[in-house]
Design a protein around this ligand. Structure first.
Ligand code: LMR
Length: 398
């Protein structure tokens, strides 16, 4: 039965963890997967999460099946966070939100729904994009192509080329956009550039699908979600996948959501019913624990304030690491201007290192980043940053 089954390549991101765990090098550093580690290199358990779990433990409940679209209070809290609790789009009942198994689950539920709607539509993702976007939309049945994004020479974004590609796309084309903290490059569009993207998407009749996995890791919760309002103001229907893996440090709980902005209440009810079919036929209904934690934190004022503070702490520490990395690279003898690292947003830096250099970083120095040159700045700390900078300087020197 399985004689002809081919061995699939390792996942380009999660596969690195397997390699990292097997590496006996005592000085190894994992800058591969997008995970925030604290100043001591530890995965944090946020205080707001621990307190919510304590409260949940005290009032322990049996675990029945959740509704297909998840915990109602969670879905409502997600809507408040993404769209603003007082936004008229919510009062008008124009948003269908479902709990999903991580941000990836939100993308997949959206992709499956879109596939039933318009199976021949093309999906456009940024060049480059999160490694899993192409595979996920391809597996959902779509032809996936790129729109220009990263400008290696200018260390930024090819905005005009991106707009030209969107202008040339056929109506109904699905455009996957990173709402903030672009993964993998770290380069985000300015609000004015987003305006131009929104106008083009609207003029061409494209279907925007925002992936928002890092809200709060760029400039702030509100600032990072601003693009959602630009799409709302344009009166468009669109998709938003949300992830709390990073912002709540709840990676293994797989807490995410999908929101679909519709034209009216009636349309929303019909869209919701289709999203529920996508969920039911994939995994029936979502798990309870993580979403209950997030709902508790977001709806309890003291815990919400604590979360915002803890998230700000992560954001600030990442920024400090960006500044420190630029300094340490200089100290390690790198003469080229690396200040672009401090202009990038979120967890990642597209370092500009090529595949051979990234592989040398791994094999000679035990520094694990993605072959594309992406490193996770959120895993740097005062103890490992010097070694990482020296290793990068060594491979850059050739
Ligand atoms: C990443 O890009 O490293 C994260 O989004 C984790 C993942 O699932 O790939």
């Amino acid at each position: 039965l399985f004689a002809a089954v081919e061995l699939a390549p390792r996942d380009p991101i999660l596969g690195l963890n397997e390699q990292f765990n097997a590496d006996p090098n005592p000085n190894k550093v994992n800058l591969g997967v997008g995970v925030y580690f604290d100043e001591n290199g530890k995965l944090p358990l946020l205080k707001c999460v621990a307190e919510a779990e304590r409260q949940m433990q005290e009032a322990a409940k049996p675990r029945g099946y959740l509704p297909i679209d998840g915990i109602a209070a969670y879905d409502k809290a997600v809507q408040g966070l993404v769209f603003g609790a007082d936004h008229p789009v919510l009062a008008a009942g124009r948003v269908a939100t479902v709990q999903a198994v991580g941000g990836t689950g939100g993308l997949k539920v959206g992709a499956d729904f879109l596939q039933t709607l318009n199976p021949k539509a093309k999906v456009l993702i940024s060049d480059p994009s999160w490694e899993n976007h192409r595979a996920l939309f391809t597996n959902a049945g779509f032809a996936v192509e790129n729109y220009p994004y990263y400008d290696a020479e200018a260390r930024g974004i090819k905005v005009q080329a991106m707009l030209d590609a969107l202008s040339a796309a056929a109506a109904g084309t699905i455009v996957v956009l990173h709402a903030c903290c672009h993964n993998p490059t770290g380069y985000d569009l300015t609000p004015a550039q987003w305006d131009a993207v929104v106008a083009t998407v609207k003029a061409r009749g494209l279907v925007p699908f925002l992936d928002m996995a890092y809200q709060g890791f760029g400039q702030g919760i509100k600032e990072d979600g601003a693009v959602v309002h630009q799409f709302l103001d344009a009166g468009l229907s669109f998709f938003v996948a949300t992830s709390f893996s990073k912002s709540f440090s709840l990676y293994g709980e797989r807490v995410g959501a999908l929101s679909v902005v519709c034209e009216n209440k009636d349309e929303t009810a019909r869209v919701l019913s289709q999203l529920k079919i996508a969920i039911r036929t994939n995994y029936s209904n979502p798990p309870t624990h993580g979403a209950q934690v997030v709902a508790t934190v977001l709806t309890t004022p003291e815990l919400r304030a604590q979360w915002e503070q803890e998230l700000a702490g992560m954001r600030v520490r990442i920024r400090e690491m960006r500044v420190a990395l630029v300094e340490q690279l200089k100290a390690a003898g790198v003469t080229q201007d690396m200040s672009f690292v401090t202009r990038q947003q979120g967890m990642f830096s597209y370092s500009g290192l090529n595949q051979a250099q990234m592989q040398r970083l791994r094999s000679e120095f035990g520094v694990y980043g993605v072959d594309s040159g992406r490193i996770c700045v959120a895993a740097l700390n005062q103890h490992n940053i010097g070694g990482v900078a020296r290793a990068m300087a060594a491979v850059m020197a050739g």
